[in-house]
Design a protein around this ligand. Structure first.
Ligand code: DAH
Length: 359
């Protein structure tokens, strides 16, 4: 067998036995690199007589071409094998049931949200939603907070860059703009709750720049503060899973309600680090509420002579913190799975009123 045939056989065998891209590259350099065996062979053509060159040129070039093709083919085969290996390793069967030992648990905010939706569904409320990036008009103006109104200062707003038409969008500072959205597209009677994300420039143990609120809105022909109180009371009984709820009303001010009322619930904080609901001599702030201001109704296309309504806005994270004993709101958004596991809400345990909300 000639030297050239031996060289070809050895080179092709090195290529076909290369187990990965690095080995294949080493085989390529050994044959076709600057000092590779085939490159050296090609260099000898320069010192040959024209006749020798005529005889050897096609032989050498043919050898180089076959080796180049073999390398390209091996390379394609290797990368296909690597892809297939990845595909079969990383395959996920999404139809499998969740394993009981899986790490995933429901976040306390989601848990509380599911509980609250179940409670209000039972009272005949639908769930409404709106976008996190909101019109200034809906977040403020149509809620009876005109531009330059001092109440805007209370909200520590994140503003979005000006639009082409000069208007500003904001990250909604409360869920109340969804009241506006609901009234603009739905005729009374209206009964909705709006759980959702809200944003303010604020951060400490009890404030997070992103937090959650629970809004409620009722509009009908005969609604009054007594209805509002009853709904808050029924909600507290169901949510905190206690029978004896005592509420305290404090006069307050919100531009979108008149009169405005803040609600406190009786609680006991006499044991340090513990809070008991329904007994004791202490009060727990629930949040703001009131009868919807006639200006708001009119700006949202509802006849304020015929209809009135009430609304409230409570802190959802705050309720989760109180019910499930988390002292720092920031831990809600740190995505620490150990913290999540501590609460241990199983993915398939949906809260229901008859099954027990928190079990
Ligand atoms: N939007 C208010 C806030 O975030 C809370 C609030 C107060 C909502 C009174 C209401 C309400 O619907 O009636 O501070």
């Amino acid at each position: 067998m000639s030297d050239i045939q031996t060289l070809e056989r050895e080179t092709l065998s090195a290529i076909s036995s290369a187990a990965d891209e690095a080995a294949l590259e080493a085989a390529r350099v050994a044959a076709l690199g600057k000092k590779g065996s085939i490159s050296e062979l090609l260099k000898t053509l320069g010192g040959m007589t024209p006749d020798e060159r005529k005889a050897n040129g096609p032989l050498f070039n043919g050898l180089r071409d076959r080796v180049t093709t073999a390398i390209a083919e091996r390379k394609a085969a290797l990368s296909e094998a690597a892809l297939n290996a990845r595909l079969s390793n990383e395959k996920v069967d999404v139809t499998l049931p969740p394993r009981p030992e899986s790490d995933g648990t429901i976040h306390p905010v989601s848990q509380v949200l599911d509980e609250i939706a179940a409670i209000f569904a039972d009272l005949g409320f639908a769930v409404a939603e709106g976008p996190d990036v909101e019109y200034d008009d809906y977040n403020f103006t149509k809620l009876n907070i005109p531009p330059d109104h001092p109440a805007r200062e209370m909200h520590d707003t994140f503003y979005i860059a000006k639009q082409a038409d000069g208007s500003r969008h904001v990250l909604r500072t409360h869920t109340s703009p969804v009241q506006v959205r609901t009234m603009l597209k739905q005729k009374p009677p209206i009964r909705v709750i709006v759980p959702g994300r809200t944003y303010r420039v604020d951060s400490d143990a009890t404030h997070s720049p992103m937090f959650h609120q629970l809004e409620a809105l009722v509009i009908d022909e005969k609604t009054h503060l007594g209805n509002l109180k009853w709904v808050v009371e029924e909600f507290c009984k169901a949510f905190f899973e206690i029978e004896n709820v005592t509420l305290r009303a404090r006069p307050s001010f919100f531009p979108f309600t008149e009169p405005s009322v803040e609600w406190d619930m009786r609680c006991d904080r006499s044991v340090p680090g513990k809070i008991a609901f329904g007994t004791g001599n202490d009060w727990l702030e629930l949040g703001g509420s009131g009868m919807v201001h006639p200006n708001v109704l009119e700006m949202c296309g509802i006849d304020s002579k015929k209809y009135q309504g009430f609304a409230f806005g409570f802190g959802l994270d705050r309720m989760a913190m109180l019910k499930y004993g988390a002292p720092d709101i920031r831990s809600f958004f740190e995505s620490d799975v150990r913290w999540l596991r501590h609460f241990g809400f199983a993915a398939l345990d949906l809260p229901t009123l008859d099954g027990g909300l928190s079990r």
